[in-house]
Design a protein around this ligand. Structure first.
Ligand code: GNR
Ligand code: NI
Length: 187
């Protein structure tokens, strides 16, 4: 059947991907730059958006689904607002404000732990979009924080890496314990 006559087909084919949980060495790797955006990468973008919406989360980076490529997706629209997905390939910060902002952050790869993180309050990010067009976006507020949180994932950095080692190690120990009791593994 013609896909244009079956608007649900694209959605049906979208897949929810498993999200890696810390401590996982794949979350600590530096992701590789992406060449041209092709259909396979657009498919990954759709799968990441689906995974993020189902989680639910307001951002997701490719390394969190085990893909070591420089791709992030973000949508900070509230539940009662229309979806506003943004896909960024090879994002770079081209400007950061002197002023900082503090947000309570969480991470789908650090489930059930939240902590305040200080980051630049406003950023300008340059990236390649779904159609291979280079774009720039000025972000402030929650969007600025989430974009920086997602870009950190591309360099193997988690929000807990911005905390004291005492807080970070406490969270990592709890995640390891939780995994052990969930799987019964000796790891
Ligand atoms: O869903 C998420 N919420 C969030 C809240 C405050 C700061 C950052 C984030 S990102 C997080 C999803 C996630 O883990 N993305 O990598
Ligand atoms: Ni995260």
């Amino acid at each position: 059947m013609d896909i244009r006559l079956q608007p649900d087909l694209r959605k049906v084919q979208m897949a929810k991907l498993p999200i890696l949980v810390a401590p996982d060495p794949r979350l600590k790797q530096t992701a590789a730059p992406i060449g041209k955006v092709d259909d396979a990468l657009r498919r990954l973008m759709d799968d990441m958006l689906e995974t993020m919406y189902v989680a639910p989360g307001i951002g997701l980076a490719a390394p969190q689904v085990g893909v070591s490529k420089r791709l992030i997706v973000v949508d900070i629209a509230k539940e009662d607002e229309p979806k506003a997905p943004i896909c960024m390939v090879n994002p770079e910060l081209v400007w950061i404000s002197d002023e900082d902002a503090t947000y309570e952050e969480g991470c789908l790869s650090v489930p059930e732990h939240y902590a305040e993180v200080v980051r630049p309050a406003r950023v300008r990010v340059r990236f390649v979009d779904r159609d291979n067009v280079v774009r720039e976006l000025d972000a402030d507020g929650l969007l600025a924080t989430v974009v920086q949180h997602e870009m950190d994932h591309l360099d193997g950095i988690l929000f807990i890496d911005h905390l004291t080692s005492l807080k970070r190690n406490m969270i990592l120990r709890k995640l390891t314990k939780a995994r052990k009791s969930a799987t019964g593994s000796a790891l």
